[in-house]
Design a protein. Structure first.
Length: 170
């Protein structure tokens, strides 16, 4: 179904007749027509100087392309390569050694968690002290407390991440 918008520019006269302004007519047509679905939009001018905007050029001669929708590319995703087997000379870790490494990792994570938990407690105490302290301008209190709140949030996120990492251990 072609979408047609026509703009007629009548000769300039000073009389006020009952004709509607062409620009208002165009805007009215566009608003009533709703969103137009078109691949290509043409601007055509006929022999009498009337301009027509359409998505169906038909057999009009003096038309220029205003816009052209490009088709959506439909290519398939690249295929994943089959995993290559591990080379025979690739170093392997024995079960006992891996268990020892996992144990060391747990000890390190537990130490980090204890340190981070202590830092979180210290940050919460510092925030509580700052919240009870009075300053000269109560309007600046949230601005003054922001670094302390940010520090508490940072340590809370670190504690959560460490707990999650410990939970993922075998």
């Amino acid at each position: 179904m072609p979408v047609l918008f026509s703009v007629y520019n009548p000769p300039v006269t000073h009389s006020h007749d009952a004709t509607m302004n062409p620009r208002i007519l165009l805007l009215l047509l566009i608003s009533v027509a709703g969103p137009a679905v078109a691949d290509t939009l043409y601007k055509c001018t006929d022999a009498e100087g009337r301009t027509t905007y359409t998505n169906n050029k038909g057999n009009a001669k003096a038309c220029t392309v205003l816009s052209r929708d490009q088709p959506v590319s439909s290519f398939s995703a690249p295929k994943t390569k089959a995993s290559t087997p591990t080379p025979g000379d690739f170093p392997k870790v024995g079960a006992g050694e891996q268990k020892a490494r996992d144990g060391d990792r747990r000890v390190i994570l537990d130490q980090e968690l204890a340190t981070e938990q202590k830092s979180l407690d210290d940050a919460k105490k510092a925030l509580a002290q700052q919240e009870t302290a009075t300053s000269g301008d109560p309007a600046k209190t949230p601005e003054r407390l922001k670094p302390y709140r940010d520090t508490v949030q940072l340590h809370e996120r670190n504690v959560e991440a460490l707990k999650k990492e410990i939970g993922n251990l075998k």
